[in-house]
Design a protein. Structure first.
Length: 330
């Protein structure tokens, strides 16, 4: 069975965009692949996080992973920080990554362009940790959104460079980008990705939002003045975003939705989207409430960390032998 790996950075509460773009696909893939799914909590601290809020977000993330249908019997689910090999391989990968490559990373470039100050070194070097996160487990595929493809490309370049220097060590992973729902946009600014860092933004639906709040956010979503339900991301980004949300949750092709709502006004169309969203959130939240008060989270993380640590130790020891810093047999 081929292996697939992915992780989410829960620096805030998980969103509908996270669910449609990532978590929903993880659940689908776990029947066909050996899934390695982790909570990327080391990546959270590239910027300051309130410790208590971060702890809650991490616990909620694990509970939501399980609530949406990830099965710890089928997938390896763990906290990144509980597998210490990640950080060590991350430094080794930093030593095999060029400054020019990091200078081209989109997040760093964007922050530089905005003249942001007091940036941490972690903002600059986190792509090398992400490279280690991936290469540690020799995945065949890494499901990512279009905006994260650059990181997988850096990972592939670093792996190939390492293999050329030291001999075959890492499998070269392939990015896997879903065709529908890969990038859910903000409801208030459909040219911008729906982001969990947009605190208080009515454009972002959180998986744990009050159902009435979620419904109101959909109903107030920005559209246009064309008055026609069409999938046109250039001229109708708001309507196109709502079509992607509906299609992803209802499993209805976008063409079929366009045909269904061709004679509908935007208000009627939004009501339909809102109902699909609320129905999905209702199921997720009911499962979440059962999980958050049980011992399932502890058991899942304990078992996941053990399985991941076993794989990570084997890979790290191999890497360290290859580069010459390991002088004892293990």
């Amino acid at each position: 069975m081929k292996r697939m790996l992915s992780g989410i950075k829960p620096s805030g509460q998980l969103t509908l965009g996270n669910y449609i773009g990532a978590l929903k696909n993880f659940v689908k893939y776990q029947d066909d692949y050996e899934m390695v799914v982790f909570i990327a909590n080391l990546h959270c601290i590239t910027v300051y996080q309130d410790p208590q809020e971060l702890k809650k977000n991490l616990k909620d993330a694990v509970a939501l992973y399980l609530a949406v249908g990830l099965d710890p019997e089928k997938s390896i689910i763990f906290l990144q920080s509980e597998v210490l090999q990640h950080a060590q391989l991350g430094f080794i990968m930093a030593c095999n990554t060029y400054l020019g490559e990091l200078n081209r990373m989109t997040q760093f470039k964007d922050k530089q362009a905005k003249n942001e100050t007091n940036l941490s070194a972690g903002i600059y070097t986190y792509p090398t940790l992400m490279t280690a996160d991936i290469l540690m487990y020799d995945p065949d595929f890494v499901p990512v959104g279009e905006d994260q493809k650059q990181h997988v490309e850096l990972c592939r370049d670093t792996a190939q460079r390492f293999n050329n220097k030291y001999g075959e060590t890492f499998k070269i992973p392939e990015p896997l980008i879903p065709t529908v729902g890969a990038r859910i946009m903000s409801l208030s600014n459909p040219t911008k990705k729906m982001s969990k860092s947009d605190h208080g933004d009515k454009g972002c639906i959180y998986l744990l939002d009050d159902l009435n709040v979620a419904r109101k956010k959909v109903m107030s979503a920005v559209t246009d003045d064309l008055g026609k339900v069409n999938f046109d991301t250039v001229n109708q980004p708001g309507i196109s975003n709502l079509l992607q949300i509906h299609s992803s949750l209802s499993h209805t092709p976008i063409k079929e939705l366009v045909e269904t709502f061709k004679d509908s006004g935007y208000g009627e169309f939004k009501k339909a989207v809102a109902q699909v969203v609320v129905d999905e959130l209702t199921i997720i939240q009911e499962r979440y409430k059962q999980i958050i008060t049980s011992n399932i989270i502890e058991e899942t993380l304990d078992n996941g960390a053990k399985k991941a640590s076993y794989l990570a130790s084997k890979k790290l020891n191999k890497v360290q032998r290859k580069i010459g810093i390991e002088i004892r047999k293990r």
